[in-house]
Structures are given as C-alpha cells and as structure tokens.
Write a protein that binds this ligand. Structure first.
Ligand code: ATP
Ligand code: MG
Length: 424
C-alpha cells in the first residue's frame, strides 16, 4: 500500500470554502491600505538567519525557539521569515527606498514559527504588515492605529476589539528603568517562573508580559516604566492619546504591554478580543526607531503593525461577518452532435460580453437532467441552454435557476445576454 503523506503539523490547507472567505477579508484589507495611500512590497519568504537574530533580538521567543532555520546546499544559514518587518527594512535598505524619504508600505503573506499548534496559533500563518519609514511624530503612530480601526469598522467588528496602548520610552529611559526593575525582580527571584528567572538578567522587560499567575502577582508592585519617561517621550504619548481620543478611538493603557520583539521604542499597541480564547491578540505593533540603523542604514524613524489573518478570519467567521459565496453565476449546458465545440465557443463569447460574470461550461456530456443537477449543485443563478433547436434557429434559452418555477425564455443572442445581465 502506498504511504499516505500528510501536511506538516500546524500548516493548513485552505480549501475552496476557506478561500472564498479569505478573499473577502483580503479585499477589505487591500482596499483599506490603498485608501490610506500605502503601497505594496513583496519580499522573499527566506532570508539570511542573521537578519532575524539582529533585528528581532537573540533573547526573544521567536529567535530562541520558533524559527525554521536550515543550511542550504551551499552551507549558508537561512530562515523562513517569522515576521515581515526585518525583511521589509532589509529590502528598503538594499534598494535605497528610505534614505531621506518617507515610505508608507504594506505586505501580506505567510510567516513561519515553530510553535505548539492550537486554535489561532499555527506554524505557517499569514500577516498583513504595515510599515512607515521617515516620520517620527505621534501623528503617524495615530494614523496606523486609525488604519487598523478603519478595518474593524469596515468588517463590523469594532465592538469586539479593544485597543491596548503603552509607551516604552527611549533606550536611555528603558536602561534606567531596567536597573530598577532588575533589582525589584531580584528581591522576588525565588517566586518567579523559570522563563522569567532566566530573563531577569538577559531581557528583564520581557518578564513584564509573563503569563505566569505568580509572576503576575509580583509584577503588580513592580516599578513602572511610565515613571522613568522624560518630557519628550511623555509628550509623544500624550499627543498620540489626544489624536486617538479626538478621533473617537477608545483605548486602555496597559503598562505591562512590551511586545515580543526587541526592536520597539515609544509607542506599542495591541488589538485584543475575548472572542477567540487564549489567542486573543489579532493585531500588534509599535514604533521601532532603532532598527534601520541596527541593520546598517542611517537612523530612520519607523512604525508599523502586524495583523494575523487566521485570527482575524476566525473572529469574522465566529461573528458571522463573512458570507458564503459560490463560484459560478452562469452554467452553460448543451446537447447535440457538435455540442462540445458549440458550447466552448458560446462560453467564450458570453465571457467576453459579460466580463464580470463567472461562467462555467458543462463538460462531460450527459442528458439535460444531469447537467441541470450540476448547475443546481453549484448554485448558479442561470443556465444557458444550447440544444439542437437553439443551434438551428440561432437562439439561446435562458433559465432563471433561482426563480424556482422553471421559467425559461428562448431569445436571440443579444436579448439573451441582456436577460442574463439582469439576472446577475
Ligand atoms: P502571541 O503573543 O499571540 O504569540 P506575538 O506577539 O508573537 O503573538 P506578533 O509577532 O506581534 O505576535 O505578530 C502579530 C500578529 O500575528 C499577532 O497579533 C497574531 O495575530 C499573529 N500571529 C503571531 N504568531 C502567530 C501564530 N503562530 N499563528 C497565528 N497567528 C500568529
Ligand atoms: Mg508569539
């Protein structure tokens, strides 16, 4: 018996019923980023491994334990991209897109992380990423948050997503805070979870987003980064809040929100839902002013977010915001000796005269009953019949399949096309 091969764990096939829903969601995403004037970039799925370890940080979950890394045939270490920001910055530097220029960019595609698969968490997943370069004010931070809010409005899910906001200050401010935080954590060291113990000395800010309940209790009284911010960082945060409030965007300040990747400073945010269980973060982002220089460019302010498409589509499906959609509007059926030739010709002609219709030509012959069964199964709106008598008289018979009463009319070609148009 042949060995049956299955997909890699955590990597999903999207079947026709899924792609119909995905395409609806993707269309809204594309239309919305375009409506804000953003341009698309497409990067390779593979990059050199050191791009990610430099950009994301050595002591992060993603780099420590989640990357798909391998040596290619020439012995070079490559990794499947676990996120898009690093590759986007790399591409912009390589093609000189950001030196002294502003860029508002987006991309959409698969990302890869070796995590434990569960609802809303997969090993191949998809993100919409938005990245802006060359602007350092709170106005652009607000813009990308407003862009994400516009998405929820268009999908009709604003009531199900809450915005969490925090500021991480500058690296100098974080350094002062870090020392205070470390000495506080050291006082409670024995009660911390294992990951947090390790991170206390490698990456103490990450202890703040520990999900461990006991660590959580300890953090209640930990020093707050907000108290270590200078006037400029405070003003940036206050101005951002003012724009959001003026635009009617509600938010909650979450001082423990630090995000999983090392490159963030000042603004960080997440959009969270409680409709998906544990995997509640649908979209997260922030400012990363140090990254472009870290990757060899000249210092360039930058801000962006990543939106998880699987979680978004799970949420939209749970809330019944996507409609079922069949694939066919018009089904062409026929009979007679020359049916295959005539149906193929007619279908082409109809597709050129009805460019927005989805027209499927029946293949494989059989009687009309069988052919109409196919049309019904596909939930086509109309059938076009090309039988012996239609061929002989140069007409077409159009049957309205949704009328339910079997209504059909035999008409000259142009009138048949007009009738089909009215049925679509
Ligand atoms: P989480 O805390 O859920 O692991 P994260 O902080 O690792 O998320 P980011 O790196 O900020 O996630 O990625 C942005 C978005 O991409 C997330 O908010 C989420 O919607 C989605 N995402 C991240 N990892 C996965 C995954 N393994 N499977 C599905 N979606 C994911
Ligand atoms: Mg993660």
């Amino acid at each position: 018996m042949a060995l049956s091969v299955q997909a890699v764990r955590g990597m999903n096939d999207l079947l026709p019923a899924d792609t119909a829903r995905w395409q609806q969601a993707e269309q809204v995403l594309r239309d919305t980023v375009a409506s804000f004037g953003y341009s698309e970039v497409r990067m390779p799925l593979l990059e050199k491994t050191n791009l990610f370890s430099r950009a994301i940080g050595e002591v992060t979950d993603v780099v420590e334990k989640e990357m798909y890394t391998f040596e290619d045939r020439s012995g070079e270490s490559l990794s499947l991209r676990p996120e898009g920001t690093a590759g986007c910055v790399r591409a912009c530097l390589e093609h000189n897109l950001i030196y002294n220029q502003e860029q508002r960019l987006w991309y959409m595609g698969p990302m890869f992380r070796h995590e434990r698969p569960q609802k809303g968490r997969y090993r191949q997943f998809h993100q919409l990423g938005v990245e802006v370069f060359g602007l350092n004010g709170p106005d652009i931070d607000a813009e990308i948050i407003l862009l994400s809010k516009t998405l929820w409005d268009k999908f009709g899910i604003s009531d199900n997503l809450k915005l969490q906001l925090n500021t991480l200050g500058t690296s100098e401010e974080r350094l002062a805070y870090r020392q205070n935080l470390v000495s506080y954590l050291e006082q409670h060291f024995d009660d911390l979870d294992e990951d947090s113990k390790r991170r206390t000395h490698t990456n103490p800010l990450r202890v703040l987003d520990s999900k461990d309940p006991k660590t959580g209790e300890i953090l209640v009284n930990a020093p707050q980064l907000m108290d270590f911010l200078g006037a400029e960082s405070r003003a940036h945060f206050d101005n951002l809040r003012q724009i959001l409030e003026s635009c009617g965007v509600a938010y909650e300040i979450n001082p423990r929100l630090v995000r999983g990747l090392d490159y963030y400073n000042l603004t960080v945010f997440e959009w969270v839902t409680d409709a998906l269980g544990a995997q509640g973060t649908v979209c997260g982002g922030g400012r990363y002013d140090g990254l472009v220089a870290e990757l060899g460019g000249s210092p360039t302010p930058a801000v962006g977010f990543g939106l998880g498409l699987e979680r978004l589509i799970l949420l939209l499906t749970t809330l019944e915001k996507l409609h079922e959609r069949n694939a066919v509007d018009i089904y062409v059926v026929g009979a007679g000796d020359n049916a295959a030739v005539e149906q193929a010709k007619l279908s082409l002609r109809l597709r050129s005269d009805l460019p927005h219709a989805r027209i499927m030509n029946h293949c494989g012959g059989g009687n009309f009953k069988k052919q109409f069964r196919r049309a019904d199964k596909l939930q086509a709106k109309a059938a076009v019949i090309l039988g012996e008598s239609e061929l002989a008289t140069g007409t077409l018979t159009v049957k309205d399949l949704h009328a339910g009463d079997g209504t059909q009319q035999t008409l000259p070609y142009a009138e048949a096309v007009a009738l089909l148009k009215s049925l679509l």
